[in-house]
Design a protein around this ligand. Structure first.
Ligand code: PLP
Length: 389
């Protein structure tokens, strides 16, 4: 019965992944590659900072946009690493994960009926948050080829711009495809945004996870983009801190002022202990990243090779994040049916491409944020299950 409930929220579908999770809950011994949660531990010095905060009773309300030293450390990091000049007092807000950054920003910027261009396949929340803000997400199909995988074509954005278009979403490195946008592609999108006076929501939680010499670029650092770019960052993936729920938003002052109100009147602010931990993470050593990314690369190479040796998958080599998104070849099932089949017959859980948009149908997503042996076991199970096809 829906009388009296909010039409806007009712119109937002619950994620199809819930079907798989519910099925999984009724089973035992399932090997799952469906969730993008790093299996690494949060670095020791970060955990120590949190313990220290507790001991010092740093357990009270903090400024709603985050403690000053953390905002200053973020501004320094943005300048040195992302090439973005920001004012720590007016252009940065600490948020509850990258999700919190995207949520407060979309609520602050979008009005009912505003159209936002979203590359499809998309990370489900990138689309749903637009709907939650009353906006309309317009899918921009990514190009696909067997050799190069998915690719952003700036021209395809142009074709979909209307009088109602307010913004473009960019997520690089990309979930679910692992695609990394090149400098040229981002430059072309920056030009489109400037020519049509659009905002850019840039979602960059995987900024540190790139391979084979690929480079991550922040579109907010491009000339003329500062005043129109709203960037969401996260500590979740770089520092294996998904459960700490901490990230940050970098945006023009007038947007931060509105996003601040959204945060103030929803969650008030961010967990004090997590903020101290985040400060230690940003200021501490980053040498662990080399080994972490090398290990992800080792897993990527293995999973791509294993998948390509199974006749029903066509899998290219993604250059970032920790997902592979192979195409299903000659499988007479939807991606959801196939994933249910794998779970039933192989006790192996993964994510159907269809939950990532229309363009995701016919693909499946595997996260390789799990140990090498665990991924091997998952591949063995797929091989076993498809013998019955
Ligand atoms: N953006 C993308 C593309 C993601 O995949 C995720 C998490 O999986 C996030 C943002 C948000 O992460 P968090 O809220 O944990 O910082």
């Amino acid at each position: 019965m829906s009388r009296g409930l909010c039409g806007k929220v009712l119109g937002v579908p619950a994620s199809g992944i819930v079907t798989i999770r519910d099925m999984k809950l009724t089973m035992t011994g399932v090997v799952g590659l469906e969730s993008g949660d790093p299996d690494f531990d949060t670095p020791v010095h970060v955990k120590e900072a949190a313990v220290g905060a507790l001991r010092e009773n740093f357990t009270h309300y903090t400024p709603n946009s985050g403690i000053v030293p953390l905002r200053e450390a973020i501004a320094k990091k943005l300048k040195e690493k992302n090439g973005m000049e920001t004012n720590a007092n007016t252009e940065i807000m600490v948020t509850t994960g990258g999700m919190g950054a995207l949520f407060t920003a979309t609520q602050a910027v979008l009005s009912p009926g505003d159209e936002v261009l979203v590359p499809d396949p998309y990370w489900t929340s990138n689309m749903m948050q637009i709907l939650m803000a009353g906006g309309k997400g317009v899918s921009v199909p990514l190009e696909y080829s067997k050799e190069t995988g998915f690719r952003l074509d700036p021209d395809s954005f142009m074709e979909l711009i209307t009088d109602r278009t307010r913004a473009i979403v960019i997520n690089t490195p990309h979930n679910p495809t692992g695609m990394v946008a090149s400098k040229e592609q981002l430059k072309a999108l920056a030009e489109i945004a400037q020519d049509h006076d659009l905002y850019v929501f840039s979602d960059e939680p995987y900024e540190d996870i790139v391979y084979d010499g690929a480079r991550h670029y922040s579109i907010g650092s491009f000339p003329g983009m500062k005043e129109r770019t709203i960037t969401a960052f996260s500590l979740s993936k770089t520092y294996a801190m998904t459960g700490w729920r901490i990230g940050y938003l970098a945006a023009p002052r007038e947007i931060i002022e509105q996003a601040y109100k959204v945060q103030l009147y929803s969650v008030n602010g961010v967990n004090a202990i997590a903020q101290k931990a985040a400060l230690a993470a940003l200021e501490g050593p980053h040498d662990f990243l080399v080994d972490m990314v090398a290990e992800y690369k080792r897993r990527r190479d293995m999973i791509v090779e294993r998948l390509n040796s199974i006749k029903i998958f066509e899998c290219w080599l993604p250059q970032g994040a920790f997902y592979v998104f192979p195409r299903l070849v000659d499988v007479r099932m939807t991606s959801m049916e196939f994933v249910k089949f794998l779970l039933r017959e192989g006790k192996m859980a993964t994510t159907p491409g269809s939950i990532f948009g229309e363009r995701g149908e016919g693909f499946v997503r595997f996260a390789y944020s799990f140990s090498f042996d665990y991924i091997q076991e998952a591949m063995d199970r797929i091989e076993g299950a498809i013998l019955g096809l």
